[in-house]
Write a protein that binds this ligand. Structure first.
Ligand code: GLY
Length: 375
């Protein structure tokens, strides 16, 4: 399967590489070697996926021109996504004597890749890094596009930098052991990609997820459907890569990738305050349906589209009902770090592949969605 490039202007800033199984990481790393020097690799991984480490060690030791210089496991959670964890990682690199030729290879979900990418970006003013994402969410979103960083003062991803990994290696095999709820969290971002740019993939993704939902043995299903899953992952990665290539620093086009996210962040904030358990993908899924509803209230989408989206999400096993009254979300939305002078760049949609940015205050959006205000 052909690589996808992420461009910065005319230049290739990073590659997305596809394969079956972890042995493909060796070939991706071999591309990063050059000028006869050995490539010093520092493996950083989420201890929750340490089962992949022995395979990667074997792959690295069998790859010419590559030397595994150290490995660093860290327990990963949203609470540990902090500057202090990044400093711990930087301290480890320094203790290992990592120099400017180092390549940090991060293995795990989006929190791991965000933190390792950030640490590599500031260590000695920046060393190279590459990702092996092990969750669907990281494969189709977090580990693509160069956003790195940590949480700060209760704000998510408040400190960070946009810098592209040398490569992101995507293979469906690592997803076979993913818990169903985590798989479905990534599925929301997968479907989101195809609502932004369809190309026939939206319907295919809904059908795939519906089959996954009904499969009694999820692991066996993913094993049997590896080829289809890899095609879906590649198509979603292509959507993201093409958007990031025209707007790496999110001044316009890249905002489309936030489809459903303004509502999602407010839902997640409410959930945290109440101690409720809602995954990012679940919040995004609900947020997408709310964005479609808002589009309809603004006269930008038909009610038929909203109904068919609801039916698709139900078939795919994606949630669509917001558990909180919409007025409770308004306050959190207005504090969204992406709001500018109280105005939010809402991403609205009228059909799969037809999204638009609509600027309005959070309070106006929540008033339009309030069932009491329906005509
Ligand atoms: N997760 C949205 C973005 O990378 O822009």
């Amino acid at each position: 399967m052909e690589d996808i490039c992420i461009y910065s202007g005319e230049a290739v800033a990073g590659r997305i590489v596809f394969g079956h199984g972890l042995p493909g990481v060796g070939q991706a790393l071999a591309h990063c070697t050059g000028s006869g020097k050995t490539l010093p690799v520092y493996l950083v991984y989420d201890t929750g996926v340490s089962g992949f480490v022995p395979v990667l060690e074997t792959v690295l030791s069998g790859t010419a021109g590559v030397k595994l210089c150290g490995k660093y496991g860290m327990p990963v959670s949203e609470d540990s996504k902090t500057m202090s964890s990044v400093l711990g990682l930087a301290g480890w690199l320094l203790g290992c004597g990592a120099d400017r030729n180092a390549l940090v290879l991060a293995v795990g979900g989006g929190i791991t890749t965000d933190m390792a990418g950030f640490a590599a970006s500031i260590y000695k003013r920046g060393v190279r890094f590459a990702y092996v994402p092990t969750t669907l969410l990281a494969q189709v979103d977090a580990a693509i596009g160069g956003k790195t960083g940590v949480n700060f003062e209760s704000y998510k991803n408040m400190l960070g930098i946009i810098r592209q990994p040398e490569f992101t290696y995507l293979c469906p095999e690592v997803l076979e052991t993913l818990p169903e709820r985590d798989f479905m969290s990534g599925a929301a971002e997968l479907v989101k990609s195809f609502l932004i740019e369809d190309g026939g993939w939206y319907g295919k993704s809904v059908a795939f997820l519906s089959d996954y939902r009904h499969a009694a043995d999820k692991k066996a299903f993913l094993n049997t459907c590896r080829g289809t899953l890899l095609e879906l992952i590649r198509a979603a990665a292509a959507v993201k890569a093409s958007i990031v290539s025209v707007d790496q620093f999110e001044t316009g086009e890249r905002r489309k990738l936030n489809l459903g996210h303004t509502f999602a962040h407010a839902i997640e904030k409410n959930a945290r305050m109440r101690g409720d358990d809602i995954t990012h993908g679940e919040a995004v899924s609900i947020g997408i349906v709310m964005a479609a509803e808002l589009s309809a209230r603004l006269g930008l989408a038909s009610q038929d589209f909203v109904s068919s989206l609801n039916a698709d999400f139900k078939a795919a096993g994606l949630p669509s009902e917001c558990p909180y009254p919409v007025e409770e979300l308004a306050e959190a939305m207005s504090r969204d770090k992406k709001s500018e002078d109280g105005i939010i760049h809402f991403v609205l949609l009228s059909a799969p592949g037809a999204v638009m940015i609509h600027d309005m205050p959070a309070s106006a959006a929540s008033a339009m969605l309030d069932p009491d205000n329906l005509s």
